[in-house]
Design a protein around this ligand. Structure first.
Ligand SMILES: [Zn+2]
Length: 223
């Protein structure tokens, strides 16, 4: 799917309005190609901010700009939550576009990235939590918000995920996601005393995935 940078994200239904970045395609090509490439400080910041994939349920996408059979393909997307309340969505391939094809994300986004810091609990966290814990909501919709909650590394998130982990129906479908999200909190002081072995296997598996492959951005600060 191709969307122009900063257009409203409409790829799939999501509770939080987001701006699109890096949803590139042949029609509009690669913004920034031929201009100065992204500086190393911005690139390293972008890499740190692309720390956890929000959704893995979408199909695989081939890079439309790679030649030949050895093309790059990606699955899932990154969501970037900023303190000013803005939220952006990029395909997993954004780093590939930047590094291999000279894509330059819009300055609006880069500015926010440079100033990124720890998030305060806000209406977005509240909305994601509400839907996750609402048993009358569609299960897929509920599962789709779990990983994003890990952007708020604080006791309220732990409480919400803990309650989600008690919901058998939810755990059946989204246990791995609950674990991936919980895994982000387990190193925090407020999560000391959580007994991982008390969780169902799918959750434990998700926790394991996070402990092996996820590095929280340093600007999230201590927890
Ligand atoms: Zn490519």
């Amino acid at each position: 799917m191709e969307c122009t940078d900063l257009s409203l994200y409409v790829y799939r239904e999501f509770l939080i309005p987001m701006r699109s970045i890096g949803w590139l395609g042949r029609e509009h090509g690669i913004p920034g190609a031929g201009m100065a490439s992204l500086g190393s400080a911005d690139l390293s910041r972008l890499k740190s901010a692309s720390w956890i994939l929000s959704t893995l349920t979408l199909g695989w996408h081939d890079c439309e700009f790679c030649d030949g059979e050895e093309g790059f393909e990606g699955n899932g997307e990154y969501h970037y939550y900023f303190q000013d309340g803005s939220t952006y969505s990029a395909p997993m391939m954004i780093l590939h576009y930047v590094e291999e094809h000279g894509y330059r994300p819009p300055e609006d986004f880069l500015e926010r990235l440079r100033k990124a810091g720890p998030l305060e609990w806000d209406w977005r966290a509240e909305r994601l939590s509400e839907v996750l814990l609402d048993e009358t909501e569609d299960l897929e919709r509920r599962c789709g918000v779990i990983v994003d909650l890990a952007n708020w590394r604080e006791p309220r998130t732990l409480d919400v995920l803990w309650r989600a982990a008690q919901d058998e129906e939810l755990v059946d479908v989204g246990g791995v996601e609950i674990g991936r999200s919980l895994g982000v909190l387990l190193s925090c002081d407020f999560a000391k005393g959580i007994d991982v072995s008390s969780f169902p296997e799918t959750i434990e598996y998700g926790i394991e995935l996070t402990s092996q492959g996820v590095t929280v951005p340093e600007w999230f600060g201590d927890c």
